[in-house]
Design a protein around this ligand. Structure first.
Ligand code: ADP
Ligand code: MG
Length: 701
């Protein structure tokens, strides 16, 4: 559509005016014609099918039926207060129930009148009823008059309804809008692509998604519009990638030198897994070309990403560059620092750590050594991105635990060298393929899909509250073998006080069951100072305490190989990816390790699936797929900040095939015609010109 029409303020639509426009903006964020056009129906009423009351059962989805009101009555007290209305047709009687807006509905329901009733039948007390149905007065003409087979239903709000903008009202606006702009709806996708994928044209699709003449046309409309969404995102992502490679030179790491080779020959404490070797090769290949690398490394907790990062940094150093590694928390940064020092040994290269708590004097020293080039590797938190931190020749940047950093923060690391450094983004939260393609579609992706050999598979057990003694049994057994145990409590911000009470009660409990002097406990939670946290952690790391009771501060990255039991309290309150992360804290040594998920006796359906999934599989990628199915992409950690996922129709959980097709199509286009010069791609070129979407820093990872 011509942007002139797209961006017309909604108040200029006939029937809207300033007042309604105001409410549309406030309630539905509809500012322009295009916003309204994209306020797609969320459901359609099949006007071809009316159910009879006798046909209803609890398994049916939303249904439509016609009945006459024979009684209405407000019953029950307080919270149980409700309006019960009986509806009759020629096959039986049905109850309708309201728990809210009781008085309003009661006033408007007329005994003896006929209504079209729309809702989800449910069985309650072995009787069938529908709660909070949609009602619409019915008169005989209606049924015949209706020329729509499928009536759109739009989401709306109570406030909008007061201004006659109920679903019907919005339908009216859509109808006005569509007839006003019909001749100005232009195609966004080149016709050869439409043909190739059997896609409807844009005008037809928009008409049919709002006013479908048949299910078949509706499906075609939805497919087309979903494809468009996914296609345009991929077009943007891959265009950015292309621009980046055209615009920026990359540092060439021409050789594998001393440090890399001698580390490999003398210091590497284990055989690399095939996956680790493959990824190092991929990075090696990337950094040999004069193009900046932007690579995402996905690998489950414990898959050994650190060594890959370290060896890549050694490559940089061999070629005369510095490297840095940024972690989201101080604990993690410290952990990386220590394990890297440990791997490298003394006097191999110069490594430092910089965090918020680095003393001023040390900080100055680091700044100096960075600029003079004495320092080879700097590890740290976001303290690294401060402007004061100046490298003499930064060549390689590792960003660990990607999802914790904002895009803006990351982009600042780019600017620390005239030619942008190579970037390796590592995430321990495997994300589903479709999500990766959408969130990180402009990055190359490496995957470590194999754990180092010799690890015993973890055993995960789900116990209910009434089986708590068994949990203590596991703990006691393992501690008696000299192992260590984590006990983790959820701490969720809104109810922090309550959670802290739970935590305190839990600590008391553990202290009672595991008394001094035989048992010693470390306690780590968010209310402690960084210093206290650190010292409690260290006591556990050194093996002075056998039990670590903690909130989720230990979630990421802590590595204590001797810890082999992870007890998660209130496990039903954690999300899947969080559970998976926590579980990853154990099972790092050669011993059999356990994860014990403690939960209340009563679980929601979703919580049950989460816990069952954890018991069944340890594969982070599989778990992430299930997480996506359960929660939708908007709720997956790390996606909230991304505008990329403002998808109106496409669903990354269910539209995988369409996404793959869209991405493949875009890849082919750019391979064949990188500058979009060809006649048939003119439309796509216009898309970029019109929106003036340059590369900008905001899309750089
Ligand atoms: P993550 O991918 O979670 O960052 P780490 O890099 O911390 O994993 O590695 C987890 C543990 O596995 C570390 O103790 C590390 O030394 C060890 N490790 C890594 N690679 C191998 C390997 N190829 N063989 C044996 N142990 C390995
Ligand atoms: Mg790690």
């Amino acid at each position: 559509m011509d942007s002139q029409f797209t961006n017309t303020p909604i108040e200029y639509l006939k029937g809207v005016g300033p007042h309604k426009a105001d409410i549309l903006k406030k309630e539905l964020a509809i500012y322009t014609f295009n916003d309204l056009l994209q306020h797609y129906p969320f459901r359609y009423i099949d006007r071809t099918r009316f159910y009879k009351i006798s046909e209803l059962n609890g398994e049916l989805p939303f249904v439509q039926l016609i009945g006459r009101v024979i009684s209405k009555e407000i019953v029950g007290e307080k919270k149980a207060r409700r309006l019960v209305c009986q509806i009759k047709d020629d096959t039986g009687i049905l109850e309708l129930v309201w728990f809210q807006s009781i008085l309003w509905v009661e006033r408007n329901l007329r005994i003896g009148a006929a209504y079209i009733i729309f809702g989800k039948p449910a069985v309650f007390n072995s009787r069938i009823s529908i709660s909070h149905p949609e009602l619409e007065s019915y008169n005989l003409q209606d049924k015949k008059q209706g020329n729509l087979a499928l009536q759109p239903v739009y989401s709306t709000t109570e406030k909008l309804k007061k201004f006659l903008l109920d679903s019907k009202g919005i339908q009216q606006l859509q109808s006005t809008l569509l007839s006003a702009i019909l001749n100005n709806i232009f195609e966004t996708i080149p016709s050869y692509i439409l043909e190739e994928h059997h896609l409807a044209g844009r005008k037809e699709a928009l008409l049919n998604i709002h006013f479908p003449a048949s299910i078949k046309l509706l499906e075609a409309a939805i497919k087309r519009l979903k494809f468009e969404e996914l296609f345009l995102i991929q077009l943007k992502l891959l265009k950015n990638k292309l621009l980046r490679t055209q615009k920026y030179k990359g540092l060439v790491f021409g050789e594998v030198g001393d440090k890399f080779n001698s580390f490999f020959a003398n210091k590497l404490p284990f055989e690399l897994t095939a996956a680790q070797k493959r990824v190092i090769k991929e990075i090696r290949a990337d950094t040999q070309r004069p193009v900046q690398m932007n690579r995402l490394l996905q690998g489950d907790v414990g898959s050994g990403k650190t060594i890959v990062a370290l060896m890549s940094m050694l490559l940089a150093i061999d070629n005369g560059f510095q490297a840095c590694m940024m972690a989201p928390t101080e604990i993690l940064a410290r952990q990386h620092y220590q394990s890297i020092l440990h791997l490298l040994g003394e006097d191999f290269i110069s490594v430092e750590i910089l965090t918020g708590s680095t003393p001023a004097k040390k900080r100055r020293e680091i700044h100096q050594n960075l600029q003079s080039g004495i320092l080879n590797i700097l590890i740290g938190t976001h303290a690294l991105i401060e402007d004061k931190v100046i490298f003499t020749n930064l060549g390689f940047v590792v960003i660990d635990e990607q999802h914790r950093f904002g895009v803006e923060q990351r982009s600042r690391l780019w600017k620390k060298n005239p030619v942008p450094p190579h970037i390796l983004v590592m995430t321990a939260t495997p994300i589903p393929r479709t999500l990766a393609m959408t969130l990180y579609g402009d990055l190359d992706v490496s995957v470590i899909n194999e754990l180092p050999a010799g690890r015993k598979p973890m055993q995960t057990i789900h116990l209910y509250e009434n089986q708590r003694l068994r949990m203590y049994g596991y703990m006691r057994d393992e501690i008696s073998k000299g192992r260590q145990v984590y006990v983790v409590y959820p701490l969720i911000k809104e109810s922090e006080k309550l959670d802290l009470l739970y935590l305190e009660a839990g600590i008391q409990n553990i202290a009672d069951v595991f008394p001094l002097p035989q048992y010693r406990i470390s306690i780590v939670h968010g209310k402690l100072t960084a210093k206290d946290k650190q010292s409690e952690m260290q006591r556990f790391v050194r093996g002075e305490t056998q039990i670590m009771v903690a909130t989720t501060v230990i979630e990421v990255g802590v590595n204590v190989p001797n810890a082999c039991v992870m007890v998660i309290e209130n496990a039903e309150r954690f999300g899947l990816s969080q559970l998976h992360q926590l579980r990853g804290r154990v099972g790092r040594g050669a011993e059999q390790s356990y994860c014990i998920l403690m939960s209340g006796n009563k679980l929601s359906k979703e919580a049950k699936i989460r816990l069952e999934t954890m018991v069944r599989t340890a594969d982070g990628f599989e778990i992430s797929e299930i997480d996506l199915q359960l929660r939708g992409p908007g709720n997956i950690e790390g996606t909230q900040q991304s505008g990329v996922l403002n998808l109106k129709l496409a669903n990354l959980a269910t539209d995988q095939e369409l996404l793959l097709a869209a991405r493949k199509t875009v890849i082919n286009i750019f391979e064949d015609d990188p500058d979009l010069k060809k006649e048939e791609n003119l439309l796509l070129k216009l898309y970029f010109d019109e929106k003036r979407e340059g590369i900008g820093w905001n899309k750089i990872s």
